[in-house]
Ligand binder design. Structure first.
Ligand code: G2I
Length: 453
């Protein structure tokens, strides 16, 4: 077995430029991804994305398979878009927006007015100049993306932490006074009347002095007709800042003011069941609030999280689905691993279940490598079987980490676990791989359901 695999890898490396990547995932029910399950509940499920990772096949593959909304993690911020006054650079952000458009994903614009990642030329301006620079920045950036953004974080993190309920010190607050927020929203509405305009902040997830201050602002804006459509709750949680018990009530009181709410930067440090339960609670809180229109996790894989050591995301560093993923999917009513209803059908002869996902990991002229990840559901399993159907005249040249057999047509390949990778703990995954020869047909095989034993 090792020979053909090595040969394929060498060949692949040589022809990397010609490679394309596709990914798909399939289980018995329709809503087997976060995005599709959320869509079933009239919501989106998104992720923050960094342009410089889009070339990584597992990153883009996971994004495209699971999510239906993106937020550029850094690429639309002031330092990235207007590093020098009135010189705008949109290359990296454009890359994310075009990717999202080809995948039919919504894009959240993040963020127009924020004290952080602010170029020093902005902080150095006097009041009059700063006002026009702020309005010009909002205008130019929104104009560039007009029609492509479902919602903008117009103002980000304007309030102080703690009990004061006051605005945070920033060039905007210090030089323009509290009116800068209203001015930013009015300017934004004048540029793009169809994008939703949001205020976004952290440590506002429960009822506290900071969220009370934001609440008072939104109430005031609504009463005076200042254009605001939504409030984003970042939801960065860890043991020092846990999911608040009044999370849902807090979301609800904002929507009662007549705005939508979204969970905009969700990540929860931890692992295993504790992390899974927290994710489940957050998803359920959003679903319980009619005007909570979607959730965004702040990254795809722990590998690239802004706080990677806290492993706060849904996919581990190898893009394996974590228990938190299963819990989030189950809370959305999805059917990945026994979520959404007591195991959903189960498996005769055994009490475990499994799911599979397929990634085309590399491509060259007349061949490609495929990888199938097999993941146990919420109970351990002793074996697994997966079927892949190929379009003739494609043929599988070699396969590793599994035991293949073929139907009489030669197009349907059934793969059983190898002697060493059939037993999986609850939530654990393994994978097998193969090299296919295209013989002129470039289609991706159809992945059948996973059967556990
Ligand atoms: O801090 C977490 C988030 C809090 N709410 C607003 C978000 O915009 C913020 O995102 C983070 C990004 O995840 C980080 O990636 O914002 C950080 C900056 O405030 C981002 O970190 C920066 C690093 O500080 C820079 O050194 C680096 O060049 O990311 C940049 C791009 O990788």
């Amino acid at each position: 077995m090792p020979m053909p695999r090595r040969a394929a890898q060498v060949f692949t490396a040589v022809l990397l430029a010609a490679s394309t990547v596709t990914a798909l995932s399939h289980t018995a029910a329709a809503a087997d991804t976060l995005g599709s399950a959320a869509a079933g509940k009239g919501r989106y499920f998104g992720a923050a994305v960094a342009a410089n990772h889009l070339g990584e096949s597992a990153y883009a593959g996971t994004l495209d398979r699971e999510f239906n909304q993106v937020t550029p993690e850094n690429e639309m911020k002031w330092d990235a878009t207007e590093g020098s006054r009135n010189t705008f650079t949109f290359g990296n952000a454009d890359q994310i927006v075009s990717h999202a458009q080809t995948q039919n994903m919504k894009v959240r614009g993040h963020t127009l007015v924020w004290h952080s990642q602010l170029p020093s030329w902005v902080s150095g301006l006097g009041a009059t100049d700063l006002r026009s620079a702020m309005n010009n920045h909002i205008t130019q950036v929104m104009q560039h993306y007009k029609g492509k953004i479902y919602a903008w974080d117009v103002v980000n993190e304007a309030y102080q932490d703690g009990s004061s309920g006051a605005l945070r010190s920033s060039p905007f607050a210090d030089k323009l006074g509290s009116g800068f927020i209203e001015e930013a929203f009015r300017t934004a509405r004048s540029v793009d009347a169809s994008a939703k305009l949001c205020y976004n902040d952290y440590n506002t997830d429960g009822v506290n002095a900071k969220s009370n201050a934001v609440y008072a602002m939104v109430k005031d804006f609504k009463s005076r007709g200042v254009p605001i459509d939504c409030v984003g709750f970042q939801s960065h949680f860890n043991s020092a800042s846990p999911v608040p018990s009044d999370y849902q009530a807090n979301l609800q009181r904002f929507t009662d003011l007549g705005v939508d709410v979204q969970i905009t930067e969700l990540d929860i440090e931890g692992s295993g069941t504790a992390q899974a339960n927290n994710y489940s609670n957050v998803v359920k809180a959003c679903l319980a609030v009619t005007r909570c229109t979607g959730l965004t996790v702040w990254g795809i894989t722990d590998k690239y999280s802004w706080r990677s050591s806290g492993t706060p995301l849904l996919f581990d560093s190898n893009y394996g689905k974590k228990p938190a993923y299963d819990a989030a999917l189950a809370a959305l009513g999805g059917s990945g691993t026994g979520g959404g209803g007591d195991g959903g059908g189960g498996n005769p002869g055994g009490n475990g279940s499994c799911t599979v996902s397929f990634t085309r990991t590399s491509d060259w002229n007349d061949g490609y490598n495929g990888e199938v990840v097999v993941k146990a559901g919420s109970a351990p399993i002793n074996g697994w079987t997966v079927t892949l159907t190929f379009t003739p005249p494609q043929k599988v040249a070699s396969l590793w980490n599994g035991t293949p057999s073929w139907d009489s047509s030669g197009n349907v390949m059934t793969v059983r676990a190898a002697s060493y990778n059939g037993s999986l703990a609850a939530g654990a995954s393994t994978s097998f791989g193969f090299t296919a020869v295209k013989n002129g047909n470039n289609s991706t095989p159809t992945l059948g359901t996973c059967t556990a034993s």
